[in-house]
Design a protein around this ligand. Structure first.
Ligand code: SAH
Length: 218
């Protein structure tokens, strides 16, 4: 495995160049993609696919998001919230959480599938990352750890989950893809005291957010 490392480093550099061509400009985001070893979030037999710009199955009917999608959401966050405490809903492989951690955010992440939660915790431990994890319904947020400066939902929701809005700090941002199986519009909601401002971005394709404040069934 170790002899593959120079190859992975080169492929990572190519991935960063492609993200740049696709319009990702934040130096902090590009540096995070250069430093986090994406292949570590793949099963050993699947690591050859780690640097292709596509989503990839990680078991339990779930996927690790495409690099461009992770970079896009991270860019929306960093422009509005350069530092602070971030909640991620949908740990999945753990890659998005690791990207946020490498940028210096304090990261909290919730996953509803026990097997994925466990696997991500092993990878975090191997990489020595200090990321707080919880198994449960992330559509309800993580109240004990709130308020958050940013919340990133990495699954498609029917509407902005109300508990997530409540758990935002003042000027905090919720980044959430909204819509059904035909596609979801990336949406940023910024809290201004008791008001919420909404900005709409491009369409994406995520797995569904399943939970009390999400969809009933996948
Ligand atoms: N951020 C992940 C992407 C994973 S795909 C990564 O970097 O790999 C979305 C994940 O959201 C899936 O793992 C799915 O199980 C999870 N999910 C769906 N509904 C959820 C909910 N209500 N609470 C927590 N996780 C949820």
């Amino acid at each position: 495995m170790a002899e593959q490392e120079p190859l992975y480093a080169r492929r990572r550099e190519e991935m960063v160049e492609q993200l740049r061509r696709y319009g990702i400009t934040s130096a902090r985001v590009l540096e995070a993609f250069r430093s986090v070893e994406r292949h570590r979030f793949f099963a050993p037999g699947d690591r050859a696919y780690a640097y292709n710009d596509c989503a990839f199955p990680i078991g339990y009917g779930q996927t690790i998001s495409q690099p461009y999608t992770v970079a896009y959401m991270t860019s929306l966050l960093v422009e509005r919230c350069p530092v602070g405490r971030i909640l991620e809903v949908g740990t999945g492989s753990g890659y998005q959480a690791a990207i946020l951690d490498s940028m210096g955010y304090s990261v909290y992440t919730v996953e509803r599938v026990a097997g994925l939660c466990r696997r991500a915790s092993l990878v975090f431990r191997e990489l020595g990352l200090d990321i707080e994890q919880r198994l449960g319904d992330g559509s309800l947020g993580w109240e004990e750890k709130s308020p958050f400066d940013g919340i990133i939902v990495t699954a498609g929701a029917p509407r902005p989950p109300a508990p997530l809005l409540t758990q935002l700090a003042d000027s905090g941002v919720l980044i959430v893809p909204l819509g059904g199986s035909e596609g979801q519009r990336m949406t940023v909601i910024t809290r201004r005291k008791d008001r919420f401002e909404e900005e709409l971005f491009h369409m994406f394709a995520f797995v569904p957010l399943i939970g009390r404040e999400g969809w009933r069934k996948g």
